[in-house]
Ligand binder design. Structure first.
Ligand SMILES: NC(=O)C1=CN([C@@H]2O[C@H](COP(=O)(O)OP(=O)(O)OC[C@H]3O[C@@H](n4cnc5c(N)ncnc54)[C@H](OP(=O)(O)O)[C@@H]3O)[C@@H](O)[C@H]2O)C=CC1
Ligand SMILES: O=C1O[C@H](COP(=O)(O)O)[C@@H](O)[C@H](O)[C@H]1O
Length: 497
């Protein structure tokens, strides 16, 4: 089935031999190709350091697609559009070869000079690459030039600032597509629709009716082979600065006056500007950090036992926090967030807990009323569930909790597209709505830096403080308990199909 058709495009992937390209980018491009979203006029120019022949590259893509896709029928025609160029991004002299190759592909596939430069490489190379793309004339083409940048965008605000200044020398903000793959997830995109397309929710979406919002993104996997990266990052920079705060912004923003990229972004920025800064000793009241140790049976190893990890590492693999938004709508409503590695379940869920009704007519000693909840299931299940109270089917007026569920996969009957597929398509179409603007990045770092500054000054002597395979350190329960709340057990809230 043909989706939206796209303009002719050359997609230059820097880091074409790497993990991200193999696991996400080629399968996503192939899916777009299968759906007819890539016209015949497209080409992929893969760039890596290793000296591969074109045949080796094509075999690499074939392997990736054979594993990732269940439809192998069009692999051979797809890879006819893929070409490899060995190139060290630090070698200024070889950009001229790249330019020639890009021009050749332009002509061969009639790409009308449209180019996307996808930087799927370590961030230390981003600035060098963009400098050279401009100085060697790769951006002097007659079509559009877009730059896709992978995370992490800097390590803190000062480094993000430097990086931003550098890439802005070569690309204007409107041509920069900073990836946050959570913004490509179906149910993250659905947050806006649930809020703004339902008369039922929007009038209640404020501090008068909502008592707290909980966002959990838990992973079962540990840090595995990514110790080198993770040691410098930790959960706060890896997940909170980007994905978690983006979800907070989408949940908390005011209705935009239109669905244009600029209007949505500016509402998100206003939320990020309103985040209550947490610094110094206050960090210990608002945030909890954790690091996993081995599990009770010794089957799963602890974080400190991973390769490229300091055996006395102070890096957090878990963060829970209370985020306050100091504006009129959200005064006094805590947004609790938590994310971590090596936890019990792989799950991302948002639980919106409504305030209790003013007087419970149905209260008796045996049972109290459950609060109304709206659960937004981001992954692995996708959908929404509304938890209500209704009369028990029996004599009397006893109440029971009931759930109204919508499961995206069972209703729509299709697998939702992978986040990267949607984001690549958006980029080819020139829609930057689901990418992060510099202002969002700037405010997120500013919030997160104050927390990491405090943590860097103070070692956590209790690390490791949760066992692999559990829901994090006990102190994260205290964070809610002291305010009369508790984490909703996300493992038990699955959407009912
Ligand atoms: N992997 C993932 O799931 C995710 C990755 N990311 C981000 O994506 C980016 C890439 O990650 P990932 O694919 O895992 O990294 P890899 O280490 O697997 O790949 C790195 C790539 O960079 C290339 N490279 C390194 N140095 C040079 C150089 N001097 N000149 C040319 N090419 C070079 C490598 O080429 P060669 O091997 O030929 O030397 C390789 O293709 C990172 O920013 C990461 O943070 C973000 C989210 C998820
Ligand atoms: O960006 C990242 O996200 C993944 C989690 O993504 P998900 O789509 O599987 O929820 C995380 O594992 C990784 O550490 C982080 O860099």
């Amino acid at each position: 089935m043909k989706q939206t058709s796209t303009p002719p495009t050359l997609i230059m992937i820097f880091g074409a031999t790497g993990d991200l390209a193999k696991r996400k980018l080629y399968p996503s491009l192939y899916q777009l190709y299968l759906k007819g979203s890539l016209e015949k006029q497209f080409a992929v120019l893969g760039i890596g350091r290793r000296e591969w022949s074109n045949e080796q590259f094509i075999q690499h893509i074939r392997d990736s697609l054979m594993t990732a896709s269940s439809n192998h029928d069009h692999i051979e025609s797809f890879i006819e559009h893929c070409v490899y160029e060995s190139h060290d991004v630090e070698d200024s002299s070889s950009y001229i070869n790249l330019r020639n190759k890009a021009d050749e592909l332009d002509e061969k596939f009639n790409l009308q000079g449209n180019r996307i430069f996808y930087l799927a490489m370590a961030p230390e190379f981003f600035g060098t690459i963009t400098d050279h793309l401009k100085s060697e004339g790769l951006t002097d083409n007659k079509g559009f030039c877009r730059l896709v940048i992978e995370k992490p965008f800097g390590h803190n605000l000062p480094s993000a600032n430097i990086l931003n200044d550098q890439i802005r020398q070569s690309f204007p903000e409107k041509s920069i597509y900073r990836i946050d793959h959570y913004l490509g997830k179906e149910m993250v995109q659905n947050i806006e629709v649930i809020r703004f397309a339902n008369a039922l929710f929007e009038p209640l979406w404020n501090s008068r009716f909502i008592s707290n919002i909980q966002i959990t993104s838990s992973e079962v996997l540990g840090v595995e082979e990514r110790g080198r990266y993770y040691e410098k990052s930790g959960a706060l920079r890896d997940m909170v600065q980007n994905h978690m705060l983006q979800m907070v912004a989408l949940l908390a923003m005011e209705p935009p006056i239109s669905l244009s990229t600029d209007e949505i972004r500016s509402e998100k920025v206003r939320v990020l500007r309103a985040l209550r800064p947490v610094e110094g000793k206050d960090v210990d009241d608002y945030f909890v950090r954790g690091q996993y140790g081995p599990d009770q049976n010794g089957e799963q190893k602890g974080y400190r036992e991973n390769s490229n990890v300091d055996p006395a590492s102070n890096t957090e693999t878990y963060v829970a926090g209370k985020v306050m938004i100091d504006n009129f709508r959200w005064a006094g409503v805590p947004f609790y967030i938590r994310t971590g590695k090596s936890m019990t379940v792989k799950s991302t869920k948002i639980v919106v807990q409504f305030k209790d009704i003013p007087m419970n007519l149905y209260y008796n000693k045996e049972h109290s009323l459950d609060p109304n909840l709206l659960v937004i299931h981001i992954q692995p299940d996708e959908g929404i569930t509304l938890h209500l109270n209704a009369k028990k089917t029996a004599q009397g007026i006893d109440t029971d909790s009931v759930k109204l569920s919508y499961s995206a996969s069972s209703v729509d009957g299709i697998n939702t597209p992978e986040a990267y597929e949607k984001l690549l398509l958006d980029c080819i179409l020139g829609d930057a709505t689901n990418f992060t603007h510099w202002d969002e990045v700037r405010h997120s770092w500013s919030f997160v830096d104050k927390i990491s500054d405090h943590w860097e000054k103070t070692k956590d002597a209790s690390f490791p403080n949760y066992s692999a395979g559990t829901m994090g350190p006990e102190r994260s329960d205290w964070l809610l308990e002291k305010e009369g709340f508790e984490w909703w057990p996300i493992g038990e809230l699955d959407v009912e199909e």
